[in-house]
Design a protein around this ligand. Structure first.
Ligand SMILES: Nc1ncnc2c1ncn2[C@@H]1O[C@H](COP(=O)(O)OP(=O)(O)OP(=O)(O)O)[C@@H](O)[C@H]1O
Ligand SMILES: [Mg+2]
Length: 237
């Protein structure tokens, strides 16, 4: 398996407080990898460290190229898109303006227009709401917009921070079906952080469990799902 993203001994801190203590993991090209863990384990911090939003040390390589010292914008240009927790859309802009902003680093104006149309095909509700302010969308619609906006940069790797948070089960089902399709048809690799471990293990190829800033379990999702500790703590038995 060739690693699309390789992380070795990642250390990250907020001010003087270290929150990641040497995290190592790989994301295979074309794979969905999930990062599980309790509240405060460091999942969000790991995603933020990868995309340069947090001071970090260690090895981070995208397709063999070091990005550990690059800035957020460069990392986005190189193909990593981040859907932060709490959605991160521009609430005062319309749906369409948000999608346009997602493609702002691209030069191919025509391609951007085509992709906005593709996003509307992917999330038909957004087409209906294209002139509506993002802040007035429902939670599920905002989550779709956040994902759509991230996809507008044509990423190789999508970092998803709790995409199911606050959504009704049916909306979650639809959203995860879209993740599966984007992975299968467009070959987009994903690093998925989820509180809903059952859901995450269902869609993922590989899983890692983070505990207070350290990886303590790793393996194929189908194997990790059988792990007794994981079952007790994250799968309700
Ligand atoms: N901006 C910040 N300043 C200082 N400490 C922070 C900051 N953000 C997070 N932390 C601390 O870093 C640690 C890891 O937090 P992080 O948000 O990465 O956890 P998480 O696994 O995403 O948790 P959750 O499941 O609750 O989202 C926690 O102890 C948290 O208090
Ligand atoms: Mg978090």
């Amino acid at each position: 398996m060739t690693a699309l993203l390789r992380v070795v001994d990642l250390v990250a801190s907020y001010g003087r407080t270290k929150v990641l203590h040497g995290v190592s993991f790989d994301i295979g090209a074309g794979q969905i990898t999930t990062l599980l863990g309790a509240n405060g384990a460091g999942k969000t911090s790991t995603l933020r460290a990868i995309c340069g939003a947090l001071r970090r040390e260690g090895v981070i390589e995208l397709a063999g190229q070091s990005i550990a010292r690059e800035e957020t914008e460069t990392i986005a240009r190189l193909g990593i898109a981040h859907v932060p927790d709490g959605r991160g859309t521009f609430t005062r802009l319309t749906v369409e303006e948000n999608l346009q902003l997602g493609g702002v680093l691209r030069r191919d104006t025509e391609g951007v227009k085509r992709d906005i149309d593709r996003m509307y095909d992917c999330f038909p509700i957004l087409r209906q709401r294209r002139r509506q302010q993002a802040g007035t969308l429902s939670g599920g619609e905002q989550q779709m917009l956040a994902v759509g906006r991230a996809l507008m940069s044509r990423p190789k790797l999508l970092l998803l921070d709790e995409p199911s948070f606050g959504l009704a089960p049916l909306v979650v089902k639809d959203l995860f079906a879209i993740f599966r399709r984007l992975n299968r048809d467009d070959g987009i690799s994903m690093l998925l952080v989820e509180q809903n471990a059952a859901l995450a293990l269902d869609i993922a190829d590989t899983a890692y469990l983070l505990e207070t800033g350290r990886i303590v379990v790793s393996g194929a999702a189908s194997v990790v799902r059988q792990n007794d500790g994981i079952r007790r703590a994250y799968l309700g038995g």
